[in-house]
Design a protein around this ligand. Structure first.
Ligand code: GTP
Ligand code: MG
Length: 360
């Protein structure tokens, strides 16, 4: 699918053809007949211009679809051991290096399983303040690992994470952590989760539960097994060839390198040197690094990478699309910014209340 005709665009946006034609001419498109094709980028620009919200649907028709690694997000209450558990899975120590031991961002990395398959993991913060980050984490993932400390039990952000996973229709695998502690009571955690409506396997449901300890490294192989089993049941696949669609997991500004975005490819292959539109920003990919910081030429589905070369700072959750030229990238980015500003002003306007002036 490569765009549509002007007639079709008019039908989909519900706007008269004449007004669309004027906009098309303004963005520099030649229009001879209403049956002329317009590209998907131009279609989006025109739709935004007439105030219609756009969502791109990508089809995999005609391209080969291959198995891809699972993207798994670790969620749970603050200090229940999410980062430690990931550290144990990949045998490094991020948790010890964090400020105050509290995660304040979304970490992404790949763990190569002994079985030979790899899994992409996203770490999320458990602190109450980072709810939006957890919601995004749940939205981009295939599976949620719900970490519950065996001595602390189900807590507010445990429930919140459950709700995010449910809203995103993402299956949960429960890891009851800190089972090494004398005060650990995994049975109590099971009962709590069950009474919160989580259908645990041992109670006839389909949610797997694994008891682990990140510190004494117990149960890690069982957890990996459970995750691979869950992933296998989901039969995860993606188109590998062709232009990439990806999404931003996290973005930050580096003093020397400019805006950096951690991204995960959804489909296709992300290649160095391409023009991209990222949310309302644009850029040309100057460098791609894997999660160990090594430069790489390209990124395939489910691979987390850091991209450099964006002109502005995108937002977590933004989509990344590849476009043909710098001009296209600039135009789309400008169009999206204008639309965002319009929506923002509209919101302010709607929220405005009238206060009688007492001095009158
Ligand atoms: P946030 O990212 O801030 O939500 O925390 P977190 O869930 O990532 O917890 P983190 O891994 O930082 O661990 C919190 C504390 O629990 C640290 O002091 C860890 O050493 C300790 N901890 C984590 N896992 C275990 C475990 O299995 N057993 C014991 N005894 N302590 C653990
Ligand atoms: Mg953490």
């Amino acid at each position: 699918f490569e765009g549509m005709t002007i007639v079709e665009l008019a039908k989909r946006t519900g706007k008269p053809m004449s007004s669309l034609q004027d906009i098309l001419i303004n963005v520099g498109e030649k229009v001879d007949s209403e049956f002329d094709p317009v590209s998907i980028d131009i279609a989006e620009l025109v739709a935004m211009e007439v105030g219609v919200n756009v969502r791109r649907l990508h089809s995999n028709e005609g391209s080969e679809v291959l198995p891809r690694p699972a993207v798994i997000t670790v969620m749970g209450h603050v200090d229940h051991g999410k980062t430690s558990l990931l550290d144990a899975l990949r045998q490094t120590s991020v948790a010890a290096k964090e400020a105050g031991g509290i995660t304040q961002h979304l970490g992404a990395f790949v763990v190569n399983m002994p079985s030979g398959s790899s899994i992409t993991f996203l770490d999320t913060p458990g602190h109450a303040a980072f709810s939006a980050m957890r919601a995004r984490g749940a939205a981009v993932t295939d599976i949620v690992v719900l970490v519950v400390a065996a001595d602390d039990g189900v807590m507010p952000q445990t429930l919140e994470a459950m709700a995010h996973a449910k809203a995103a229709k993402v299956p949960i695998v429960v890891a009851i952590n800190k089972c090494d502690k004398p005060a650990a009571d995994p049975e109590r955690v099971r009962i709590q989760l069950g009474s919160e409506g989580l259908p645990l396997e041992e109670m006839g449901g389909d949610v797997q539960v694994v008891e682990v300890s990140a510190i004494s490294k117990v149960g890690l192989d069982k957890l990996e097994e459970a995750l691979l089993l869950q992933a296998e049941m989901m039969d995860l696949k993606a188109r590998v060839d062709g232009p990439a669609q990806a999404y931003v997991v996290e973005a930050r500004l580096d003093r020397g390198r400019g805006p950096l975005a951690t991204a995960i490819v959804k489909a296709g292959t992300l290649v160095c040197g391409k023009y991209v539109v990222v949310g309302a920003e644009w850029g040309r990919i100057r460098a791609i690094r894997d999660t160990t910081g090594k430069l790489t030429e390209m990124a395939k589905p489910a691979m987390p990478v850091e991209i450099e070369g964006l002109r502005g700072l995108p937002m977590a959750g933004d989509d990344i699309i590849v476009v043909d030229s710098e001009e296209r990238a600039r135009m789309l980015s400008a169009g999206r910014k204008k639309k965002l500003e319009k929506d923002r002003l509209k919101k302010i306007d709607e929220g405005r209340i009238e206060i009688p002036d007492a001095s009158e």
